[in-house]
Structures are given as C-alpha cells and as structure tokens.
Design a protein around this ligand. Sequence first.
Ligand code: IYR
Length: 222
Amino acid sequence: MSEEFIPFKHPTTFESDQALIEASKLLDTNMQSRRSVRKFSDRPIPEDVIQNLIRIASSAPSGAHKQPWHFAVISSVDIKQKIREAAEKEEYTNYHGRMSEEWLDDLKQFGTDWHKDFLTIAPYLVVIFKKSYDIESTGEKSKNYYVNESVGIACGFLLAAIHQLGLVSLTHTPSPMNFLTRLLDRPDNEKAYLLIPVGYPAEDATVPNIKRKPLAQVMTKY
Ligand code: IYR
C-alpha cells in the first residue's frame, strides 16, 4: 500500500449564507422525502445506473479502508424468484411465531406480512454482503475492522443515492438470511447484511403516515 499523500480540495465550497440555503434544500427538497417503499413498478433501470450506485456505495469510508463489502446485483428473473420463495418461507415462520407479540405490534402500522412480491417485481435486488475477513489471492486470511459500521455506512450512501436518482428502495432483512449465501454462491467469509430492492415506485404506491422525531428529540447541544 502507498504511504503517499496527495492534496485534498473539496470540489464544492459555500459561504455560510449559501450553506444555510443549500442545507435547507438538501433537507426539504431532497432527503426528507425519502421513504421506504414496498410497492414497486417493474419499469427497468439501465444497468449503468445500478453500476454507478454501487460505485457510490463502495466510496463509503471503512475501517482501514478495507471496503469489507460485496454487492450482489440481481436482475435475473429466475434468481429473483428463488430469493422470493426462500425469503417468504423465512418470513412466514417469522410472522407465525418467531417474532414476539411486541414486535408484531410494533410492525402493525407498516401493514407488512410474509408476502414479499416486491422481490420479483423490482427490476433489481441488491444484496449487500459483509466480509468479516478477506481472503488474499495467496489464500491467506486478512483482517477487516469495524465491519458492521463500514457496511452500514455504505448502505446509507446507497439509499441516499437511490433516492437522489428518483428511485426507491427498501431495507429488507428476511432473517435469517443465510439462504442468500447459498443461492448466490458466495464464499464463507461473506454474510448477507441487507437485501435492497431498487426500482421506481408503483403508480399506486402508498407509505404509512409516520412522522420523524423532531430535532430536539434526536440532538443535544453541548
Ligand atoms: N423482516 C420482516 C419483518 C420486519 C421487521 C422490521 I424491524 C421492519 O422494520 C419491517 C419488517 C418483513 O420484512 O416483513
């Protein structure tokens, strides 16, 4: 690895007045309208768009810059069908005894159940795998650091970028997700972290009428 340093300049700089305007725009006309969506359109997305989304996700900071993630990008109708069948099997068990009453109660407002038709309707499924360690070309194992934090941040980048392109996503966890390692033929050092369908919202898509916590509840000034 290179120990060289190169100059860094941010490509965008604002005076503080403009920063305030830009911050409001970013909040009100962009990020605040992001929602998890469960009703997708089957309208296709160009593969190049998905590739750039993955490049954006993979630009996230990570422990010792190990980038301890792998993105499985699925558009195959056959594989999406297999994933749906396996996910619905797990979710059926989740909704019929594996999730506590309290958990089921917390989920009522989202109207979810074990049916996961978005898994075959969305044009792309992205499965993010976390790599608890790497396997070098020599076959030797090498350590990764802060893997959960790193992969979580990469997923955050991905979700934000998806929204900025007018697309929608869902952070789906059909737990346990080990079936994804098997179906996608991933190596032992990878563990499925999140399954994110990506696409356009269905014309008649709706989302639950939930509110975000106000700033005073999520921030303390010191
Ligand atoms: N994985 C299930 C249950 C579920 C759990 C949580 I936490 C959610 O925020 C939403 C759903 C499902 O996808 O239905």
